[in-house]
Design a protein around this ligand. Sequence first.
Ligand SMILES: C[S@@+](CC[C@H](N)C(=O)[O-])C[C@H]1O[C@@H](n2cnc3c(N)ncnc32)[C@H](O)[C@@H]1O
Length: 279
Amino acid sequence: MTEPLPFRALRARLSRLLAPRLADRLLKAVLADGLASYLADPKALIPAATARRILGAAHAVAAGQPLPLALGEAWFWERRLSVNDDVLLPRPDSEVLVEAAARLLPPAGAFAEIGVGSGALSLGLLDARGDCRGYGTEIAAKAFRVARENLEEAICGGRYTLFLGDGTRPLAQRGIAVDLVLANPPYVGLRERLDPSLAYEPRRALLGGVEGCALPKIFALEAEKVLGPQGILVMECAPREAPYLLAFLRRRGGEVEELSDLGGRTRGVVWRLKRLSER
Ligand SMILES: C[S@@+](CC[C@H](N)C(=O)[O-])C[C@H]1O[C@@H](n2cnc3c(N)ncnc32)[C@H](O)[C@@H]1O
């Protein structure tokens, strides 16, 4: 398509590909504030490149792709992020982690995120707490590149350092300690039937081990290596694995608190290590 397309014609084409609600979400995502003027004047012309983008995304969504992946962009904590199939698409449920971390991080504190993926959680916390600085690690080189693009401003501004590496090793090797560790580890069990909505997500971002909480437990041990005696871990978990993870953390000492997601299920844990120093 090289010619501009009347909005009315574009809508007609979309209606043959997508359910009306999905078509509306796609139009809103791409046209943003401009949508109102097209709705008011359906004969108005959509530039050819925009129409191509909308129809290309509509075909991908019709074939089963999640809308953010089809568009190459997702929204998290009121920020637009670049995404592709190398990273987990950020989930609204994960915003409870950012909220908790923003509340618990001490003034001018430092945090580290293990497994940054798109960079959504780190960016959210940097936005929520203008006084903090952060570090992030990511083991997958392709995901690391996406995070670097999304976090570029914070990296260039000196507020954030991103490492390609395993767990907290890149920080520990440099003697970096932080006040809080944030993580959304892979937590789907190997034997669990994958929800169809996860078909487009990278396996490495999903699979947490034979039991889903194997990697979350390892992430918690990694967090301990860079947290001081008053340190705090804020970590997402699968609702069904939460009891095992909570029991594991309680056995290691300190205080444990549950975080509920938007549907009221346990979706995260806050682990305060403070009793470790009293042992
Ligand atoms: C569930 S995704 C979460 C991504 C992002 N934090 C979010 O919430 O959208 C987990 C991420 O951890 C990364 N990862 C897995 N094992 C890791 C490890 N040992 N060290 C660092 N990153 C790891 C994966 O590649 C993936 O990007």
